[in-house]
Design a protein around this ligand. Sequence first.
Ligand code: HEC
Ligand code: HEC
Ligand code: HEC
Length: 111
Amino acid sequence: MAPRRRPPLALLALAVLLLLPGGLLVANPAFIRMTRLEEADEPVARFPHWTHQEGFKCYACHPSLFSMTRKTGFTHEDMGEGRFCGACHDGQTAFHHDQDEDHECEECHVE
Ligand code: HEC
Ligand code: HEC
Ligand code: HEC
């Protein structure tokens, strides 16, 4: 009987990469500066990525609400339709992005 041929090294390396948890393969910044579409005085919104990961799995947001590989530009009008941050910041799952007495604009629009 002929000995079994060993799989090529590249294939083994690929298998190891695929077994690693996704978070180790890509950058996972603590804070992300969002993208501004319309000119305004407020500082561009800053998203606390890590604190959101305490309550949600990656797939709560990726790729359905936000891409991991490309910046997504959107406005309050989009959020008002329940999209992007507005999928949760609707006054039910999380504080409303626009009209919540206990939360200030500065929570998101921080320098
Ligand atoms: C509550 C929503 C939410 C959760 C949960 C979440 N992310 Fe994100 N993630 C975002 C947003 C918002 C962005 C920024 C998108 C943009 O800039 O348009 C982002 C961006 C990224 C990026 C791109 C970073 C960069 O510098 O461009 C990576 C990579 C990423 N996330 C990985 C993860 C991983 C891994 C997890 C789970 C451990 C995770 N995310 C969980 C919302 C989330
Ligand atoms: C839950 C987070 C959050 C809160 C709270 C929030 N915003 Fe925003 N806002 C964003 C995000 C995300 C964007 C899109 C990125 C950017 O332009 O900063 C945005 C965009 C904007 C813009 C750009 C134009 C537009 O309509 O998108 C203005 C102006 C603005 N916000 C003002 C405010 C004011 C005023 C408040 C308080 C009443 C507020 N924001 C509260 C997240 C928030
Ligand atoms: C999958 C649901 C979900 C999405 C999407 C989401 N958030 Fe949140 N966010 C929460 C919850 C839940 C809390 C904590 C509960 C609360 O304070 O109402 C929170 C809290 C926050 C806080 C308070 C500070 C902190 O670290 O907890 C900020 C600021 C914030 N979110 C900004 C954003 C911005 C900006 C976006 C869009 C880029 C966004 N969030 C998208 C669920 C979400």
